[in-house]
Design a protein around this ligand. Sequence first.
Ligand code: NG1
Ligand code: ZN
Length: 531
Amino acid sequence: TVNVNNLNALSDLHKKPDANFTYGTAGFRMKAELLDSVIFRTGILAALRSKKLDGKVIGCMITASHNPAEDNGVKLVDPMGEMLEGSWEAHATALSNAESNEHLIDYIHSMVSSLKIDLTKPANVVFGRDTRPSGESLVAALADGLKVLDATVTDYGILTTPQLHYITRCLNTAGTPEAYGEPTAEGYYKKLAAAFKVLVEGKTKLSALTLDCANGVGAPKFKEFLPHLDDALSVKIVNDDVDNPSKLNLNSGADFVKTQQRGPIGLKMAPQERYASFDGDADRLVYYYQDDDNTFKLLDGDKIAGLAAMYIIDLVKAAGIDSISVGVVQTAYANGASTQYLRNSLNVPVSCVSTGVKHLHHEALKYDVGVYFEANGHGTVLFSPSALKTIHSTEGSNPAQAVAARSLRALSEVINQTVGDAFSDLLLVETILTQRQWTPKVWDQAYTDLPNRLVKVVVKDRSIFKTVDAERKLVEPAGIQDAIDAIVLKFRDGRSFVRPSGTEDVVRVYAEAATRPETDELAYRIGGLVF
Ligand code: NG1
Ligand code: ZN
């Protein structure tokens, strides 16, 4: 059983405030001052998870991503670098809400017996954090939680979220045929850089990319990374001020650019140049440029997915291995024009799943090569074991096939297989643009986005909103969906859906239609149904 005295003493240092917590799609996330007890208990959970999995290494990332500087959060990473298994989210929530040390111990014991956790097994946990100042004391709370069950821990300091996912997978696969790389930031840089150099070898280098790091962890980490590229890529970093914590994500970063549909404040854009933004923990990426008539053009997660799918389909054909199935996974927030492009121009199967990366990741595993992106720029490409086997065993029967097969191998190395990764995705996009010698405008010409509008509606109780069909239909409150359908019918290319947010206390209304005025009117009318 658990050493109760030890737990009491440690838990008394991290008393639960009067609040209710939920481990949601983004883990726990809130004002940092509320998080101390939550993170302490997440440490206990991480150790239990490791023991349950026979001592496999569990990752723990302290970050609040694109949220304001005063927020923070925590997410657990399972052994292969994926998100915490869904069924454990409820345990995370229950532990965080236990009202007393006694309740906490009772819950731990109930987990131990119902999940058959052998407490004599070792627990191994690694953790990292973003640049938020609150991270330091929260790491101490986490370390205390890990002491409760005598976990062996390694503090990796400041990292991007995808780096921690990568390291977790490396540690758990070391010495096996699935070995993923050296379990350090340095190892990560080396792996990505080596693959990228193969992909752009012999091609004319593009003009410099301007990269907005949202004044977050992406800035120091991308600066560490650049020398590994040996000048294969020119990047000009902006918004790299991590010494002024209040600037984090402020008027900058991928979320700002995507939701505001404009460049970060203070960035002077020149026509036809390439720009990109990371979010605050460098797992999201969006690109953008300014057209000749000075209009702002966004190349979001949907555009990245389209570009990646197009390129991979071509490579697979060029390598003579088009038995490999390529599929794309989106959510309902994907622009309708992107879905049309994928289905009708690329002839690639497209699935739609609920919001949240774990759903996309899960669905993408069904394809030999599964491309998944949320419109907000979070996504990656997964290569199945059988696809990897084919790619590695293909030599090609002529030089062109051999080159394509080599590119596919390098692509599977440059792309982070654990989670959406802004560094990896940036290298993926730069690879394709370099290979094709494309400007952002040429990339953008694949299809034209339908005008769209995303609105937040504050309601009394968002829990009464229940959806089905990958969140595209409301079943409760009764009657609203019929009203939505009736309105949508009146709009050309109209599409709209309503769902409760998993991360904010709001209901989101999404609308798209043939023109901007029609889209705005559609969003307004649907919003009126919910309000
Ligand atoms: P919610 O708040 O459930 O809509 C948001 C994003 C998701 C995902 C999560 C996790 C939109 C519309 N929603 O979810 O895509 O990124 O946050 O961070 O962008
Ligand atoms: Zn993020």
